[in-house]
Design a protein around this ligand. Structure first.
Ligand SMILES: Cc1cc2nc3c(=O)[nH]c(=O)nc-3n(C[C@H](O)[C@H](O)[C@H](O)COP(=O)(O)OP(=O)(O)OC[C@H]3O[C@@H](n4cnc5c(N)ncnc54)[C@H](O)[C@@H]3O)c2cc1C
Length: 347
């Protein structure tokens, strides 16, 4: 396989993550400059349909390692499969989505191949045949430009930072099946099962996120049930506030995010936290409700395409970043906004 650009396709239980198609889109843009096609690496068990999808999304070739040992993601068999293939061909670049598995695998493969890895990249250009990658540093305050001087250049791409191509069912490409290098007996870890968390849209993949901060608990007009302590009253109000945030999210088909203040106060679980010590997201639309816009929160959402802020304080720092700012009480703004959206979207 002579393509210079390889793209790792991250899949879970036979379903590829959309970020994998974004990585193919990014790979095609590089191929236009470096020449040649794009090879997709598909690892898993019974994942031939993922290989076909990769071609529809722009891959020219697929290296398919389809083996029962790869039914669940485990570092050793996956890294071994990718490293042995890349070690033989030494492509110019291997792109991974910056997903949990993608990060893990990129690092393992970089160690195996004794090369560098450029992490969480948001833009790429080619300079003298080498990728010049842009990545945010210092909580997103600065962007650094970095290069990898060894080959293959391993790059993880920030989710939703690169556009995916439209799927084209008429595309054709070559799928090459390759044997998995490790047998089950060679693998030390075993996946015993998964614990499922209650539903909702995943923050990582969401095109729209509606987030709530400490401000969601601030509504003196709401009278809590009798007998609650001050802390319980605050939490009760916050839960009422998050019902408004969740209501808007539901109408928009959005995920619910939160600031750390909201998480630390126990208004909502940590899985919803956006920011430096939470999730880093880049949705098309981010609506921040009752969030001041501390640097650590901005670190997690500043690359959102459009930011809307609802805040009582016209001086709140979030308004410096927001494309649209609504100065007002979220308890007054969100119900009519949700209703207007419901009507407009016919829901
Ligand atoms: C090492 C470190 C890591 C951190 N990591 C993160 C992180 O990952 N994510 C994160 O979010 N924070 C993080 N923080 C915390 C961060 O510094 C802020 O404390 C936090 O983001 C503040 O959350 P907030 O905006 O919800 O609360 P506040 O700063 O208290 O802001 C509440 C806002 O709500 C507005 N408001 C109040 N009532 C209403 C109302 N009724 N309607 C409309 N607006 C209203 C207020 O005007 C105010 O602007 C971190 C801090 C440190 C030190």
């Amino acid at each position: 396989m002579s393509d210079k650009i390889w793209v790792y396709i991250d899949q879970f239980k036979g379903e590829a993550l959309p970020a994998s198609w974004e990585a193919i889109g990014a790979g095609k843009a590089l191929a236009a400059e470096l020449g040649g096609g794009v090879t997709a690496l598909v690892c898993g068990s019974e994942v031939e349909s993922v290989a076909s999808q990769a071609i529809q999304y722009g891959a020219d070739h697929v290296l398919l390692v389809d083996d029962p040992t790869l039914a669940e993601y485990r570092s050793e068999p996956y890294a071994s499969a990718v490293s042995s293939l890349a070690g033989e061909s030494i492509p110019e670049v291997i792109l991974f989505p910056t997903t949990t598995r993608g990060r893990d695998l990129a690092a393992m493969v970089a160690i195996d191949l004794n090369t560098g890895v450029l992490v969480d990249v948001t833009a790429m250009e080619v300079v003298d045949g080498t990728i010049l990658a842009t990545r945010p540093i210092y909580a997103g305050k600065l962007f650094s430009k970095v290069q990898c001087s060894t080959r293959p250049q391993i790059v993880t791409l920030r989710v939703r930072a690169f556009p995916k191509l439209a799927a084209d069912a008429t595309r054709s490409g070559e799928i090459t099946r390759v044997a998995a290098p490790l047998a089950e007996g060679d693998i030390a870890t075993q996946v015993k099962g998964y614990g499922e968390r209650a539903g909702g849209v995943s923050l990582n993949d969401a095109a729209v996120i509606v987030s709530g901060g400490r401000g969601v608990s601030n509504n003196p007009r709401l009278v809590p049930p009798a007998g609650l302590t001050d802390a319980e009253q605050e939490k009760w109000r916050a839960q009422e506030g998050f019902k408004l945030v969740g209501g808007l999210a539901q109408v928009l088909g959005a995920a619910v995010g939160a600031s750390r203040a909201a998480v630390d106060a126990g208004y909502i679980p940590y899985a919803h936290q956006v920011g430096q010590t939470g999730k880093v997201v880049s949705p098309d639309l981010y609506i921040a409700c009752g969030i001041s816009g501390a640097i650590q929160h901005l670190a997690g959402m500043r690359t959102s395409k459009t930011i809307v802020a609802v805040n009582k304080d016209p001086e709140a720092p979030i308004f410096k970043l927001a494309r649209y700012g609504v100065v007002g009480d979220l308890y007054d703004i969100l119900p009519p906004l949700t209703e207007a959206m419901r009507k407009r979207l016919g829901k």
